[in-house]
Design a protein around this ligand. Structure first.
Ligand code: ZN
Length: 163
């Protein structure tokens, strides 16, 4: 197992656009393995994108705990979106913060797997939300940019409100 350091909000790397992977080299395979280790090591990590570990390549991983398990995306393209869902999000690169984000409730995405095979996935609900969040990282966009009411909350504040 190999963990990578997370790039945190404020680092200009998170604001850059990532480049496509031109060859699925052993380096990319290692990147995918390390990203998964890092995501699972961090509590509540359900997705991670390569820029979050300082690599500006179009790669991300999601695992929302459903039957799909871990899904790796290389050079993803969002083909279609539909519907809308507003819900709270967080991010390993933006610790302790949350806000409400409006995302499509359905997405159709095309990508390569680690063997270089193209696949098309249709996703709903949390998986759709997670894919859109991770895809945004490849474009240098953070979830806090998309707050529906323009507000960003401390996670602790939210817990206080619930009590
Ligand atoms: Zn994120």
């Amino acid at each position: 197992m190999a963990l990578r350091n997370l790039v945190l909000e404020g680092d200009p790397l998170l604001r850059k656009k990532s480049r496509p992977v031109d060859e699925i080299s052993p380096r990319i395979i290692k990147l995918l393995d390390d990203m998964a280790d890092t995501m699972y090591y961090e509590n509540r990590g359900i997705g991670i994108a390569a820029p979050q570990v300082g690599v500006l390549r179009r790669v991300f991983i999601v695992d929302v705990g459903d039957d799909h398990g871990k899904i790796e995306f290389i050079n993803p393209e969002i083909l279609e979106t539909s519907g809308s869902q507003v819900g709270g999000e967080g991010c390993l690169s933006v610790p302790g913060k949350t806000c409400e984000v409006d995302r499509p409730s359905h997405v159709k995405v095309k990508a390569l797997d680690r063997e270089g095979n193209e696949f098309v996935l249709e996703a709903d609900d949390l998986l759709a939300r997670c894919i859109c969040h991770e895809y945004d990282h490849l474009e240098g966009i953070l979830f806090i940019d998309r707050s529906v009411d323009g507000k960003v909350y401390r996670v602790e504040d939210e817990e206080d409100e619930e009590e």
